[in-house]
Design a protein around this ligand. Structure first.
Ligand SMILES: Nc1ncnc2c1ncn2[C@@H]1O[C@H](COP(=O)(O)OP(=O)(O)OP(=O)(O)O)[C@@H](O)[C@H]1O
Ligand SMILES: [Mg+2]
Length: 330
């Protein structure tokens, strides 16, 4: 399969109609290296930041600005997540080849591709379970390549797994309470030994709110092993939502759900994005859900991005349909 250009944002992070790429080209060697000071490129960000630095310092000294304000401004200036030219090989065979992808603030972005295309491998590289053989992963403007998964989680990266991992013997609500303890830092063996580990009313309210959002409030006291696969998936999603992530990586969250549950899940994604500002990178085989909830879409095939852009345009593209969707929609 050759490279196919789809009109849309440049995967190398140049904005449309700027610099040398106009956001419409196929996956070429990095366009922003060819136009080093083009507005919107990383070098441009650095240059602009350098120009603004004295102003920021002055405002800090005058206590007109807080560190949180500064962080928020910095986050707006760069993408939430940038994977740049990520390559990952296993025994010399490339599972990912030169993959670039971007997720902005409060957007739901899809990532589709046939089995073995490299979707989960890319998630593992972003979350830190795997190190890319080449390439860079930035989150909130920071190169996170050397951070272990738990540090990435603390920065606001959350994920669910294709193969769910839950704890038999614990109830549905307890799964969420564990996540809540991890978020608020009140967990710990000593507290449990002193029998001070009981959930506070606030913690229960937060857990129940998320269970309500997921439509499984009535399952709260059930042991996890007695719930359906679909509900277990929702519990895992709930656990990730309890951490209040800035970006959620969801690996086939709808598998095992019936059509009502899928519809509800799509609504949960939209409300997490619109109401809490949580961005989502969604790996999903359910094309109907992808077209309903994502605004932009990347297509992976054999470890390479073969198309990207607005979801409706990408899904309508004949090459994409032939590579992946054709057999589903034909
Ligand atoms: N730990 C590993 N060791 C060796 N090869 C691996 C490893 N992990 C993934 N691969 C290979 O990398 C390729 C991409 O696998 P990956 O699981 O990322 O695909 P995927 O797009 O998530 O597929 P699916 O839709 O089936 O979940 C496959 O050929 C797979 O066999
Ligand atoms: Mg996978």
């Amino acid at each position: 399969m050759g490279v196919h250009p789809v009109r849309g944002r440049c995967p190398h992070l140049c904005p449309p109609s700027r610099g040398s790429c106009r956001g419409q080209h196929a996956l070429q060697p990095r366009c922003h290296t060819a136009a080093p000071r083009a507005p919107g490129t990383r070098r441009h960000h650095h240059a602009a930041a350098a120009e603004q630095a004295p102003v920021l310092r002055r405002r800090y000294r005058g206590h007109e600005d807080t560190r949180a304000d500064h962080d928020r401004r910095r986050d707006r200036a760069v993408s939430l997540l940038e994977a740049v030219s990520v390559t990952r090989t296993f025994a010399g065979i490339a599972a990912l080849h030169d993959v670039s992808l971007e997720v902005g603030e409060a957007e739901v972005v899809g990532l589709i591709g046939p089995n073995g295309a490299g979707k989960t491998t890319l998630f593992n590289c972003i979350y830190g379970e795997l190190r890319p053989s080449r390439g860079v992963v930035r989150f909130r403007g920071r190169n996170i390549g050397s951070l272990p998964p738990e540090r990435r989680a603390r920065l606001g990266l959350g994920r669910t797994f294709q193969r769910i991992e839950l704890f038999p013997g614990m109830t549905v609500r307890e799964h969420l309470l564990v996540a809540e303890r991890s978020r608020n830092g009140r967990g710990g063996l000593l507290r449990d030994l002193l029998n001070k580990g009981l959930p506070t009313p606030d913690e229960r309210v937060r857990a129940d709110r998320v269970l309500g959002l997921l439509g499984i409030g009535d399952q709260a006291d059930r042991p996890i092993e007695s719930t359906s696969l679909g509900h277990s998936r929702l519990v895992e999603l709930g656990r990730a939502l309890m951490m209040e992530p800035r970006l959620l990586l969801l690996d086939e969250p709808s598998s095992g759900l019936d059509s009502n549950e899928r519809t509800m899940l799509g609504d949960v994604f939209r409300s997490a994005c619109n109401e809490s500002g949580t961005s989502i990178l969604l790996v999903e085989h359910d094309v109907e859900m992808v077209s309903r909830v994502t605004s932009r879409l990347y297509v992976l095939d054999s470890g390479s991005v073969i198309a990207f852009g607005d979801t409706s345009e990408v899904l309508a593209d004949p090459l994409v349909r032939r590579a992946y969707i054709g057999d589903v929609l034909a």
